[in-house]
Design a protein around this ligand. Structure first.
Ligand SMILES: NC(=O)c1ccc[n+]([C@@H]2O[C@H](COP(=O)([O-])OP(=O)(O)OC[C@H]3O[C@@H](n4cnc5c(N)ncnc54)[C@H](O)[C@@H]3O)[C@@H](O)[C@H]2O)c1
Length: 323
Protein backbone atom coordinates (compact mmCIF):
# COMPACT_ATOMS: atom_id res chain seq x y z
CA UNK A 1 0.00 0.00 0.00
CA UNK A 2 1.33 3.46 -0.85
CA UNK A 3 -0.02 6.58 0.80
CA UNK A 4 -0.56 9.94 -0.90
CA UNK A 5 -0.86 11.56 2.50
CA UNK A 6 0.49 9.78 5.58
CA UNK A 7 -1.75 10.29 8.61
CA UNK A 8 -0.71 9.11 12.05
CA UNK A 9 -2.83 9.29 15.19
CA UNK A 10 -1.44 9.34 18.72
CA UNK A 11 -3.56 8.71 21.80
CA UNK A 12 -2.00 9.91 25.05
CA UNK A 13 0.05 13.09 24.96
CA UNK A 14 1.95 12.68 28.22
CA UNK A 15 5.68 12.03 27.85
CA UNK A 16 5.74 9.32 25.18
CA UNK A 17 3.10 10.62 22.75
CA UNK A 18 4.76 14.00 22.09
CA UNK A 19 8.18 12.38 21.64
CA UNK A 20 6.78 9.91 19.12
CA UNK A 21 5.15 12.84 17.30
CA UNK A 22 8.36 14.83 17.38
CA UNK A 23 10.36 11.92 15.93
CA UNK A 24 7.79 11.45 13.13
CA UNK A 25 7.91 15.16 12.32
CA UNK A 26 11.71 15.38 12.43
CA UNK A 27 12.11 12.32 10.19
CA UNK A 28 9.52 13.65 7.72
CA UNK A 29 7.41 10.50 8.02
CA UNK A 30 3.95 12.00 8.48
CA UNK A 31 1.98 14.62 6.58
CA UNK A 32 -0.71 14.82 9.26
CA UNK A 33 -0.55 13.89 12.94
CA UNK A 34 -3.73 13.75 15.02
CA UNK A 35 -2.99 14.13 18.72
CA UNK A 36 -5.54 12.96 21.26
CA UNK A 37 -5.66 13.14 25.04
CA UNK A 38 -8.46 13.00 27.57
CA UNK A 39 -6.85 16.20 28.88
CA UNK A 40 -7.84 18.35 25.91
CA UNK A 41 -5.77 21.36 27.01
CA UNK A 42 -2.66 19.21 27.19
CA UNK A 43 -3.32 17.88 23.67
CA UNK A 44 -3.77 21.44 22.39
CA UNK A 45 -0.58 22.66 24.08
CA UNK A 46 1.41 19.78 22.58
CA UNK A 47 -0.16 20.46 19.17
CA UNK A 48 1.03 24.08 19.25
CA UNK A 49 4.52 23.21 20.51
CA UNK A 50 4.92 20.50 17.83
CA UNK A 51 3.67 22.85 15.10
CA UNK A 52 6.23 25.45 16.17
CA UNK A 53 8.96 22.86 15.61
CA UNK A 54 7.84 22.36 12.00
CA UNK A 55 8.86 25.93 11.11
CA UNK A 56 12.49 24.78 11.34
CA UNK A 57 12.13 21.65 9.24
CA UNK A 58 12.25 21.13 5.48
CA UNK A 59 8.95 19.26 5.26
CA UNK A 60 5.61 20.56 6.57
CA UNK A 61 3.55 18.39 8.90
CA UNK A 62 0.05 19.38 10.02
CA UNK A 63 -0.64 18.64 13.67
CA UNK A 64 -4.31 18.48 14.61
CA UNK A 65 -5.56 18.22 18.18
CA UNK A 66 -8.69 16.07 18.51
CA UNK A 67 -8.96 15.92 22.29
CA UNK A 68 -11.19 12.96 23.13
CA UNK A 69 -13.00 12.92 19.75
CA UNK A 70 -11.49 9.50 19.15
CA UNK A 71 -13.57 8.82 16.03
CA UNK A 72 -11.44 11.32 14.08
CA UNK A 73 -8.51 8.94 14.56
CA UNK A 74 -10.24 6.42 12.28
CA UNK A 75 -8.91 8.59 9.40
CA UNK A 76 -5.33 7.72 10.35
CA UNK A 77 -3.19 5.06 8.67
CA UNK A 78 -1.45 4.15 11.91
CA UNK A 79 -2.44 4.91 15.51
CA UNK A 80 0.05 4.86 18.38
CA UNK A 81 -1.45 4.18 21.81
CA UNK A 82 0.46 5.88 24.63
CA UNK A 83 -2.44 6.51 27.01
CA UNK A 84 -1.86 5.66 30.64
CA UNK A 85 -0.54 6.96 33.92
CA UNK A 86 3.21 6.70 34.25
CA UNK A 87 3.14 7.28 38.04
CA UNK A 88 1.61 3.79 38.44
CA UNK A 89 4.73 2.00 37.14
CA UNK A 90 7.05 3.37 39.82
CA UNK A 91 8.21 -0.15 40.77
CA UNK A 92 6.72 -2.47 38.18
CA UNK A 93 5.15 -2.14 34.71
CA UNK A 94 2.28 -4.36 35.91
CA UNK A 95 1.22 -1.43 38.11
CA UNK A 96 -0.77 -0.13 35.14
CA UNK A 97 -2.39 -3.50 34.36
CA UNK A 98 -5.99 -2.53 35.09
CA UNK A 99 -5.58 1.20 34.42
CA UNK A 100 -4.28 1.07 30.85
CA UNK A 101 -6.60 -1.77 29.86
CA UNK A 102 -9.62 0.12 31.24
CA UNK A 103 -8.40 3.21 29.36
CA UNK A 104 -7.96 1.30 26.08
CA UNK A 105 -11.56 0.10 26.38
CA UNK A 106 -12.72 3.73 26.26
CA UNK A 107 -11.43 4.39 22.75
CA UNK A 108 -10.32 1.32 20.74
CA UNK A 109 -13.91 0.12 20.16
CA UNK A 110 -15.09 3.63 19.28
CA UNK A 111 -12.32 4.02 16.71
CA UNK A 112 -13.15 0.56 15.27
CA UNK A 113 -16.83 1.49 15.04
CA UNK A 114 -15.81 4.65 13.16
CA UNK A 115 -14.29 2.42 10.48
CA UNK A 116 -10.56 2.30 11.32
CA UNK A 117 -8.82 -0.22 9.08
CA UNK A 118 -5.20 0.80 9.63
CA UNK A 119 -2.55 -0.34 12.10
CA UNK A 120 -2.27 -0.03 15.87
CA UNK A 121 1.10 0.31 17.57
CA UNK A 122 0.68 -0.06 21.29
CA UNK A 123 3.17 1.44 23.74
CA UNK A 124 1.12 1.48 26.94
CA UNK A 125 2.18 -0.89 29.70
CA UNK A 126 2.08 -3.72 30.42
CA UNK A 127 2.78 -3.60 26.71
CA UNK A 128 2.09 -7.19 25.65
CA UNK A 129 -1.18 -7.42 27.57
CA UNK A 130 -2.50 -4.06 26.34
CA UNK A 131 -1.47 -4.94 22.77
CA UNK A 132 -3.51 -8.15 22.98
CA UNK A 133 -6.52 -6.25 24.30
CA UNK A 134 -6.19 -3.61 21.55
CA UNK A 135 -6.14 -6.44 19.00
CA UNK A 136 -9.25 -8.00 20.52
CA UNK A 137 -11.17 -4.69 20.66
CA UNK A 138 -10.02 -3.46 17.25
CA UNK A 139 -11.52 -6.30 15.20
CA UNK A 140 -8.43 -6.09 12.98
CA UNK A 141 -6.28 -8.98 11.78
CA UNK A 142 -3.37 -9.74 14.12
CA UNK A 143 -0.76 -8.41 11.65
CA UNK A 144 -2.42 -4.96 11.92
CA UNK A 145 -1.72 -4.72 15.66
CA UNK A 146 1.68 -4.76 17.30
CA UNK A 147 3.39 -3.43 20.40
CA UNK A 148 6.71 -1.70 20.85
CA UNK A 149 7.46 -4.63 23.19
CA UNK A 150 11.19 -5.20 23.61
CA UNK A 151 12.20 -2.81 20.83
CA UNK A 152 13.38 -0.36 23.46
CA UNK A 153 14.89 -3.06 25.70
CA UNK A 154 16.78 -4.45 22.69
CA UNK A 155 18.10 -0.95 22.02
CA UNK A 156 19.26 -0.84 25.65
CA UNK A 157 20.95 -4.24 25.29
CA UNK A 158 22.69 -3.02 22.13
CA UNK A 159 23.68 0.18 23.90
CA UNK A 160 25.19 -1.85 26.77
CA UNK A 161 27.21 -3.97 24.31
CA UNK A 162 28.20 -0.87 22.38
CA UNK A 163 29.52 0.76 25.57
CA UNK A 164 31.61 -2.32 26.40
CA UNK A 165 33.01 -2.91 22.88
CA UNK A 166 33.42 0.68 21.73
CA UNK A 167 31.44 -0.17 18.56
CA UNK A 168 28.40 1.79 17.41
CA UNK A 169 24.92 0.59 18.43
CA UNK A 170 24.17 0.09 14.73
CA UNK A 171 26.93 -2.55 14.52
CA UNK A 172 25.38 -4.77 17.19
CA UNK A 173 22.73 -7.38 16.34
CA UNK A 174 21.11 -8.31 19.64
CA UNK A 175 17.59 -8.93 20.92
CA UNK A 176 15.69 -8.96 24.18
CA UNK A 177 12.83 -11.46 23.86
CA UNK A 178 9.60 -12.09 25.74
CA UNK A 179 7.62 -9.75 27.93
CA UNK A 180 8.39 -6.04 27.95
CA UNK A 181 8.86 -6.36 31.67
CA UNK A 182 10.63 -8.18 34.45
CA UNK A 183 10.54 -11.67 32.86
CA UNK A 184 12.19 -10.70 29.55
CA UNK A 185 15.30 -12.54 28.36
CA UNK A 186 18.44 -11.46 26.50
CA UNK A 187 19.04 -13.85 23.61
CA UNK A 188 22.73 -13.58 24.46
CA UNK A 189 23.64 -16.78 22.62
CA UNK A 190 22.44 -15.14 19.39
CA UNK A 191 24.29 -11.81 19.63
CA UNK A 192 26.42 -11.15 16.58
CA UNK A 193 28.77 -8.46 15.31
CA UNK A 194 30.17 -8.27 11.79
CA UNK A 195 28.45 -11.57 10.97
CA UNK A 196 30.34 -13.33 13.77
CA UNK A 197 28.71 -14.79 16.88
CA UNK A 198 29.72 -12.86 19.99
CA UNK A 199 30.83 -16.16 21.62
CA UNK A 200 33.41 -16.62 18.83
CA UNK A 201 34.63 -13.03 19.18
CA UNK A 202 34.93 -13.50 22.94
CA UNK A 203 37.36 -16.41 22.39
CA UNK A 204 39.36 -14.55 19.74
CA UNK A 205 39.53 -11.18 21.54
CA UNK A 206 38.49 -11.61 25.19
CA UNK A 207 39.70 -8.12 26.15
CA UNK A 208 37.06 -6.44 24.01
CA UNK A 209 34.33 -9.07 23.69
CA UNK A 210 34.62 -11.28 26.79
CA UNK A 211 32.16 -9.38 29.00
CA UNK A 212 29.43 -10.99 31.07
CA UNK A 213 26.08 -11.77 29.45
CA UNK A 214 24.35 -11.31 32.80
CA UNK A 215 25.65 -7.74 33.06
CA UNK A 216 24.44 -6.64 29.65
CA UNK A 217 21.12 -8.41 30.17
CA UNK A 218 20.74 -6.45 33.37
CA UNK A 219 21.24 -3.22 31.42
CA UNK A 220 18.65 -4.29 28.84
CA UNK A 221 16.22 -5.28 31.56
CA UNK A 222 16.70 -2.50 34.09
CA UNK A 223 17.77 0.27 31.73
CA UNK A 224 14.28 1.77 31.88
CA UNK A 225 14.27 1.97 35.66
CA UNK A 226 17.81 3.39 35.73
CA UNK A 227 16.29 6.33 33.82
CA UNK A 228 12.83 6.35 35.44
CA UNK A 229 14.22 6.48 38.98
CA UNK A 230 15.76 9.87 38.24
CA UNK A 231 13.44 11.55 35.74
CA UNK A 232 10.21 9.62 36.55
CA UNK A 233 9.52 8.73 32.94
CA UNK A 234 11.29 7.52 29.81
CA UNK A 235 10.46 9.29 26.60
CA UNK A 236 13.13 9.77 23.90
CA UNK A 237 13.96 6.09 23.36
CA UNK A 238 10.37 4.88 23.42
CA UNK A 239 9.11 7.79 21.32
CA UNK A 240 11.71 6.89 18.69
CA UNK A 241 10.85 3.16 18.95
CA UNK A 242 7.13 3.78 18.30
CA UNK A 243 7.90 6.21 15.47
CA UNK A 244 10.35 3.70 13.96
CA UNK A 245 7.65 0.99 13.78
CA UNK A 246 5.15 3.46 12.28
CA UNK A 247 7.71 4.55 9.68
CA UNK A 248 8.45 0.93 8.74
CA UNK A 249 4.74 0.39 8.05
CA UNK A 250 3.90 3.53 6.08
CA UNK A 251 7.12 3.31 4.05
CA UNK A 252 6.61 -0.42 3.40
CA UNK A 253 10.17 -1.05 4.56
CA UNK A 254 10.16 -4.77 5.45
CA UNK A 255 12.65 -4.01 8.20
CA UNK A 256 13.46 -6.55 10.91
CA UNK A 257 12.68 -5.04 14.30
CA UNK A 258 11.89 -6.57 17.67
CA UNK A 259 8.23 -6.00 18.50
CA UNK A 260 5.37 -7.49 20.44
CA UNK A 261 3.66 -9.65 17.83
CA UNK A 262 0.91 -12.29 17.76
CA UNK A 263 2.55 -15.70 17.91
CA UNK A 264 1.20 -18.42 15.63
CA UNK A 265 3.24 -21.49 16.61
CA UNK A 266 6.66 -19.85 17.00
CA UNK A 267 8.45 -21.28 20.06
CA UNK A 268 5.48 -23.68 20.31
CA UNK A 269 3.28 -20.75 21.42
CA UNK A 270 0.12 -19.29 19.90
CA UNK A 271 -2.69 -16.83 20.42
CA UNK A 272 -1.09 -13.95 22.32
CA UNK A 273 1.37 -11.09 21.91
CA UNK A 274 5.01 -11.16 23.00
CA UNK A 275 8.32 -9.95 21.56
CA UNK A 276 10.59 -11.60 19.05
CA UNK A 277 12.16 -10.16 15.87
CA UNK A 278 9.63 -9.53 13.10
CA UNK A 279 9.50 -8.11 9.59
CA UNK A 280 7.59 -4.81 9.66
CA UNK A 281 6.26 -3.44 6.39
CA UNK A 282 3.21 -2.32 4.46
CA UNK A 283 1.13 -5.22 5.84
CA UNK A 284 2.24 -4.51 9.39
CA UNK A 285 3.76 -7.67 10.85
CA UNK A 286 4.73 -9.52 7.65
CA UNK A 287 6.84 -12.31 9.13
CA UNK A 288 7.96 -13.49 12.56
CA UNK A 289 11.36 -14.99 13.39
CA UNK A 290 11.98 -17.63 16.02
CA UNK A 291 15.52 -17.52 17.37
CA UNK A 292 17.49 -20.67 18.18
CA UNK A 293 17.92 -20.35 21.93
CA UNK A 294 19.92 -22.28 24.51
CA UNK A 295 17.86 -24.53 26.79
CA UNK A 296 18.04 -21.97 29.61
CA UNK A 297 17.07 -19.05 27.37
CA UNK A 298 14.17 -21.04 25.96
CA UNK A 299 12.95 -22.07 29.42
CA UNK A 300 13.05 -18.46 30.54
CA UNK A 301 11.29 -17.29 27.37
CA UNK A 302 8.50 -19.82 27.94
CA UNK A 303 8.16 -18.67 31.57
CA UNK A 304 7.85 -15.11 30.24
CA UNK A 305 5.05 -16.29 27.91
CA UNK A 306 3.27 -17.84 30.89
CA UNK A 307 3.50 -14.59 32.81
CA UNK A 308 2.05 -12.52 29.97
CA UNK A 309 -0.79 -15.02 29.47
CA UNK A 310 -1.52 -15.02 33.20
CA UNK A 311 -1.66 -11.21 33.31
CA UNK A 312 -4.13 -11.27 30.44
CA UNK A 313 -6.36 -13.64 32.43
CA UNK A 314 -6.24 -11.17 35.35
CA UNK A 315 -7.41 -8.40 33.02
CA UNK A 316 -10.20 -10.61 31.70
CA UNK A 317 -11.36 -11.43 35.27
CA UNK A 318 -11.17 -7.76 36.20
CA UNK A 319 -13.35 -6.80 33.21
CA UNK A 320 -15.84 -9.58 34.00
CA UNK A 321 -16.12 -8.41 37.63
CA UNK A 322 -16.67 -4.80 36.49
CA UNK A 323 -19.43 -5.68 34.02
N1 LIG B 1 6.55 0.03 26.10
C1 LIG B 1 7.53 0.81 26.56
O1 LIG B 1 8.71 0.50 26.31
C2 LIG B 1 7.18 2.03 27.37
C3 LIG B 1 8.14 2.99 27.71
C4 LIG B 1 7.72 4.15 28.39
C5 LIG B 1 6.39 4.29 28.75
N2 LIG B 1 5.51 3.31 28.43
C6 LIG B 1 4.11 3.38 28.74
O2 LIG B 1 3.50 4.33 27.85
C7 LIG B 1 2.37 4.94 28.49
C8 LIG B 1 2.54 6.44 28.45
O3 LIG B 1 3.68 6.83 29.20
P1 LIG B 1 3.86 8.37 29.58
O4 LIG B 1 5.13 8.49 30.32
O5 LIG B 1 3.61 9.20 28.39
O6 LIG B 1 2.63 8.51 30.60
P2 LIG B 1 1.97 9.84 31.14
O7 LIG B 1 1.26 9.47 32.41
O8 LIG B 1 2.95 10.95 31.14
O9 LIG B 1 0.90 10.21 30.00
C9 LIG B 1 -0.21 9.42 29.73
C10 LIG B 1 -1.22 10.31 29.02
O10 LIG B 1 -2.35 9.50 28.69
C11 LIG B 1 -3.49 10.34 28.82
N3 LIG B 1 -4.70 9.54 28.92
C12 LIG B 1 -5.16 8.83 29.98
N4 LIG B 1 -6.37 8.31 29.69
C13 LIG B 1 -6.65 8.66 28.43
C14 LIG B 1 -7.75 8.42 27.57
N5 LIG B 1 -8.81 7.69 27.96
N6 LIG B 1 -7.71 8.96 26.34
C15 LIG B 1 -6.67 9.71 25.92
N7 LIG B 1 -5.61 9.97 26.70
C16 LIG B 1 -5.59 9.46 27.93
C17 LIG B 1 -3.19 11.14 30.08
O11 LIG B 1 -4.03 12.31 30.16
C18 LIG B 1 -1.72 11.46 29.89
O12 LIG B 1 -1.53 12.69 29.21
C19 LIG B 1 2.36 4.34 29.91
O13 LIG B 1 1.50 3.23 29.93
C20 LIG B 1 3.80 3.89 30.12
O14 LIG B 1 3.94 2.87 31.09
C21 LIG B 1 5.87 2.20 27.73
Amino acid sequence: MTYDVVKIGIVGMGHVGPHAASALINWGVADVIYVSDIDEKKAQAEQLDLMDSTAFLPRPTRVISVGADYEVLARADVIINAAGDITKVATNRDGELYGTTDIARTFVGRIAAAGFEGFWINVSNPCDVVTRLVHELSGLPSNHVLGTGTSLDSARLRRAISQRTGLSIQSIDAYMLGEHGASEVAAFSQVSIAGKPLAELAVERPGRFGFSGDDVERDGLNGGYDIYNTKHCTEYGIGAAAARLAAAIVRGERTVLPASVYLCGQYGQSGFYISTPAVIGADGVEDIYELRLTDTERERFLASCDKVKHNYELVRDHAARAS
